[in-house]
Design a protein around this ligand. Structure first.
Ligand code: NAP
Length: 388
């Protein structure tokens, strides 16, 4: 069996860094936890594909794993896990039964680890799916069902394509769910144009791109001037979250609510995407329009929310929770690369050896867009024209 360089997270590294940081989540340096290791590739089966990983995006689940802020996932995975569940790669070899791919194809991954009978994930690949190994590695062996052909002619460059495998299906699923729920209450016949808001983050940005592509008004409430500016170029109105002190007090939420009412002619937000929770949730809940939908598949700032059910009932507000797309939904989301999804990329493309620093900077929230790392030293001819 071949062994390849890969990053891992161990229970020991998590505990050591937590101790160094004195229990202060903010002081954790993720680059002390994500460490270069060796991964033994499994034997190729008839339905498997061997990949050379070209580029990966940094994902927040690595931060959750390194800080053990939801569960101690490295411990749950037996003390060591190989993370990384968003990758763009080149097919090197295919098993005897694989007909969809051939060597030389450029592919992207999805991270639906274990679809239930409706196709929704019970587990996420390279996170809680048992025995799953991630793609922060030089090579990987995966089942062919985990791959989608990369849409190389969609108009995006290689780094933009590499930003989307995890975030685009997440946003796509949340958008179709939230819109579907709203439309159960208010059919298109009664109201064509909706006010849609998302709070800072790559998934929210893509969610808002779905909204503007369908003719709705979109608002991006973020603390990052660079990210707001990038979305304003697409016709998405920016709201400076820091002008409302990131909703530290009730007065900040009140002022934000007033601002949103002004922006929407007194109507409020029909759909809100909130991947953060914590202090962001009361702000998103306060600005909900009548019949509004508040959708989330993240809990970056808190796992628990608290709200007034009377207000939710009287305003007929629906809270929805999603996880990740079905396999066919991941294919559909990929169809929108370039036409709908035009991701903002952090100004530095990290090198393979800088992946831990990239995650430290993600933890510090200093990046200006979705962080990407180039994994392969040599990129194949098929993508050379896609490098900006
Ligand atoms: N269920 C799933 O399949 C799934 C998929 C993807 C992500 N997620 C989860 O969703 C969350 C967001 O993911 P993402 O990929 O969109 O994140 P991301 O691109 O890494 O962005 C995170 C955003 O968090 C915001 N932020 C950081 N600290 C904040 C604070 N103290 N208060 C308010 N905002 C703060 C920042 O926005 P500004 O500074 O611009 O305001 C930043 O842009 C993560 O928890 C992730 O694990 C879940």
């Amino acid at each position: 069996m071949a062994t390849v360089p890969a990053y891992s997270i161990t229970t020991d590294a998590v505990a050591k860094e937590a101790e160094r940081a004195g229990g202060d989540w903010h002081a954790i340096d993720v680059s002390n936890v994500l460490a270069l290791d060796e991964l033994e590739l499994r034997e190729m089966g008839p339905g498997d594909v061997r990949l050379k990983i070209l580029a990966v995006s940094c994902e927040h689940n690595i931060d959750h794993a390194a800080t053990a802020d939801t569960i101690n996932i490295a411990e749950a995975r037996g003390g060591r896990m190989f993370p990384g569940n968003s990758a763009t790669g080149e097919v090197l070899e295919v098993g005897a039964n694989v007909t969809k791919f051939k060597p030389g194809d450029i592919v992207i991954t999805h991270c639906n680890g274990d679809p239930d009978r409706f196709g929704f994930p019970l587990k996420i690949w390279a996170y809680d799916q048992p025995d799953s190994t991630g793609w922060y590695s030089k090579e990987a062996v995966v089942g062919d069902w985990q791959l989608i052909k990369a849409p190389l002619d969609c108009g995006l460059n290689l780094w933009e394509i590499a930003a989307l495998p995890l975030r685009a299906p997440t946003a796509y699923h949340m958008w179709r769910r939230a819109l579907g729920i709203y439309r159960v209450k208010v059919p298109r016949e009664n109201q064509a144009v909706l006010n849609v808001m998302g709070f800072g983050g790559g998934v929210s940005e893509l969610f808002l791109m779905n909204a503007i592509a369908e003719g709705h008004n979109a608002y991006f409430c973020s603390g990052s001037p660079e990210r707001r500016k990038a979305l304003e170029k697409l016709g998405i109105t920016g709201i400076d979250q820091k002008a409302f002190n990131r909703f530290a007090s009730k007065d900040d939420v009140k002022a934000f609510s007033k601002e949103c009412k002004q922006l929407t002619d007194g109507e409020g937000m029909h759909i809100v995407c909130d991947m953060l929770r914590g202090p962001v949730f009361p702000a998103g809940f306060a600005v909900a329009a009548r019949q509004g939908v508040n959708v989330s598949s993240g809990w970056q700032l808190s796992q628990v929310i608290d709200y007034n059910t009377t207000i939710a009932s009287v305003k007929q507000v629906t809270l929805d929770h999603t996880h990740y797309e079905t396999l066919v939904g991941c294919d559909a989301a990929t169809e929108l690369y370039g036409s709908v999804y035009k991701p903002t990329i952090h100004h530095e493309i990290y090198k393979w050896e800088d992946l831990p620093r990239a995650h430290h900077e993600m933890h510090e929230n200093t990046q200006t867009g979705i962080p990407i790392a180039q994994v392969a030293d040599e990129l194949p001819e098929a993508v050379r024209d896609l490098i900006p």
